[in-house]
Design a protein around this ligand. Structure first.
Ligand SMILES: *[C@@H]1O[C@H](CO)[C@@H](O)[C@H](O)[C@H]1NC(C)=O
Ligand SMILES: *[C@@H]1O[C@H](CO)[C@@H](O)[C@H](O)[C@H]1NC(C)=O
Ligand SMILES: *[C@@H]1O[C@H](CO)[C@@H](O)[C@H](O)[C@H]1NC(C)=O
Ligand SMILES: *[C@@H]1O[C@H](CO)[C@@H](O)[C@H](O)[C@H]1NC(C)=O
Ligand SMILES: *[C@@H]1O[C@H](CO)[C@@H](O)[C@H](O)[C@H]1NC(C)=O
Ligand SMILES: *[C@@H]1O[C@H](CO)[C@@H](O)[C@H](O)[C@H]1NC(C)=O
Ligand SMILES: *[C@@H]1O[C@H](CO)[C@@H](O)[C@H](O)[C@H]1NC(C)=O
Ligand SMILES: *[C@@H]1O[C@H](CO)[C@@H](O)[C@H](O)[C@H]1NC(C)=O
Length: 450
């Protein structure tokens, strides 16, 4: 799913002069990673400390940062195959926009490259090198369904990339309204943002408070075709709730000519994409009929009025560079105001609930446990908790099959719930300071070695 949203320049992310405290509905988090205290300039950013148990805070002394969240970061140790997670209480029936921000600052070595993981699903690899050269922060954005009462967002140490630990500057997790992107089936999929564009805009990124979920609408200047208007579109009628202002700029073709866009502006890997386009006639009481083709397939044909229109496809196959061609079927030339493209990817399987609950119970009764015992105990592949081995065959349930805690310096007592791990074949607790009675393991019929 790389590359995602390319960075907004650090200097473009202006401090918004907002009234005190933003109002996002439901569970929403704006975490300023590594920050000692709440920052109430602009959006209210809280320290990430209460939601993460690993890593250490580090200030970043770079002059002229306009985005206050870049002034600190949280850095995690380099421990191959470890995942370091934020656990955030959420509503299990909703979906969430996640936007982590990364800015390593000036450095003589290449910035670390690492994986992002959400609730046991591999999302993408983070590589900030190009943005750093451009002096920019890197933003990634995705929409994930909640899969339990906590959403876990993790940074995974992948030794295939670099030999330094991951880092993060800011994390936004914002609950979306039920109708937003609701044509996508989130029971088996998540979406990673490729581009969200306000065509014809030369101004700043459009975001909160115009966009009630702080989605970033990037400008797409084109002096030849840009037009603007001041009339009001009632965007509350659109399922995706775009901000009304995205309809106030547009690209319009010249008379008797098609409008040809290469958009999104990056080459895509072959896959299935969610594409949503937004239109509103910029002339009052006007309408025009147009035909939209994406890579030579008809995407839409119909009439756009000043009341506005949004059209979307949930499974559009794209690969390489994308060409959007709008042609007119009426007197007025075609126009377009805004668009979004997301890559669709499957969400991964999780450890069976019984095993996951048993591991959580064991974790609660032990002390001095490894700091990567958080999130799913087995998934994604290669990121099981330290000391835990799993069976994760194609058509099998994902089960914990071995526990090897030898010489980890763990103390505390073993929870009797260990007996619920009925697929266990190996246990080793050698050289730890465990106290209390060894629980009844009579149920563990498969146990071969203790
Ligand atoms: C859920 O997250 C909160 C806050 O990070 C944490 O205190 C709590 O232990 C988590 N619950 C589980 C089951 O992980
Ligand atoms: C999406 O949300 C809208 C507005 O709430 C609703 O009318 C529509 O039926 C929903 N569509 C799907 C596919 O759930
Ligand atoms: C658009 O709406 C805003 C706020 O509702 C209002 O102040 C403005 O006058 C409206 N503009 C037009 C052209 O109707
Ligand atoms: C692209 O992926 C689709 C399925 O997502 C597949 O049917 C098609 O053959 C692929 N095309 C290429 C050129 O790989
Ligand atoms: C647009 O139509 C409305 C009613 O249909 C009318 O009141 C208004 O004056 C019209 N505006 C223009 C600029 O023609
Ligand atoms: C372990 O299994 C027993 C019996 O099925 C159940 O009552 C208990 O809640 C389970 N423990 C956990 C932590 O899920
Ligand atoms: C358990 O882990 C230790 C230390 O990582 C290792 O030396 C030992 O071989 C492992 N035991 C088993 C049975 O895998
Ligand atoms: C026991 O574990 C500690 C770390 O907790 C380690 O330093 C020590 O070498 C281990 N001893 C043996 C005999 O493995």
């Amino acid at each position: 799913m790389r590359p995602l949203l390319s960075a907004a320049a650090v200097l473009l992310l202006l401090l918004l002069p907002l009234a005190a405290g933003q109002r996002f509905r439901g569970f929403s988090y704006l975490l300023d990673c590594g920050a000692p205290s709440t920052d109430s300039r602009g959006l209210r950013w809280d320290p990430d400390g209460p939601y993460v148990s690993a890593g250490s805070a580090r200030p970043l002394s770079v002059q002229g940062l306009l985005d206050p969240t870049l002034a600190s970061l949280r850095v995690f140790p380099y421990r191959p195959a470890a995942k370091f997670c934020y656990a955030l209480p959420v509503d299990p029936n909703r979906r969430y926009l996640l936007r982590p921000t990364f800015f390593y600052g000036p450095s003589s070595t290449a910035p670390p490259v690492f994986d992002l993981i959400v609730d046991g699903t591999f999302w993408t690899a983070v590589d900030t090198a190009d943005d750093i050269l451009a002096g920019s922060a890197s933003h990634y954005e995705a929409v994930f369904p909640a899969r339990g009462r906590n959403l876990t967002f993790c940074l995974g140490v992948n030794p295939d990339y670099t030999d330094s630990g991951p880092f993060i500057n800011a994390l936004q997790v914002i609950q979306l309204h039920d109708s937003v992107y609701n044509a996508t089936d989130f029971t088996g999929s998540a979406m990673g943002l490729i581009a969200r564009t306000k065509f014809g805009s030369t101004g700043d990124v459009e975001r909160y408070p115009d966009d009630s979920f702080d989605r970033y609408w990037q400008p797409f200047p084109d002096s030849k075709h840009a037009v603007s208007s001041t009339h009001n579109v009632t965007s509350a009628d659109f399922w995706n709730l775009p901000p009304p202002d995205v309809f106030n700029t547009a690209l319009v073709a010249e008379q008797n000519a098609p409008l040809v866009l290469q958009w999104p502006p990056i080459s895509l890997q072959n896959g299935s994409y969610y594409v949503s386009l937004y239109f509103a006639d910029t002339l009052a009481n006007s309408s025009r009929t147009l035909d939209v083709n994406i890579n030579d397939y008809q995407f839409y044909e119909g009439t756009v009025t000043s009341a506005g229109l949004s059209v979307f496809a949930t499974q559009w196959i794209l690969s390489g560079l994308t060409r959007v061609i709008l042609t007119s079927k009426s007197v007025l030339p075609p126009l377009i105001n805004a668009g979004e493209v997301f890559g669709i990817f499957p969400i991964g399987r999780l450890t069976i609930t019984r095993d996951a609950l048993a591991m959580e119970s064991m974790k609660r009764s032990l002390q001095n446990i490894p700091d990567d015992w958080i999130g799913d105990p087995c998934m994604p592949h290669g990121y099981a908790w330290t000391g835990v081995t799993c069976q994760e065959g194609q058509n099998e349930n994902i089960r914990v099959i071995s526990l090897n805690f030898s010489s980890m310096g763990i103390s505390g007592s073993l929870s009797p719930d260990i007996a619920n791990l009925t697929a266990l074949t190996d246990i080793s607790f050698a050289n730890n300071s465990l106290s209390g009675t060894i629980p009844d393991l009579i149920n563990l019929g498969k146990l071969q070695r203790l």
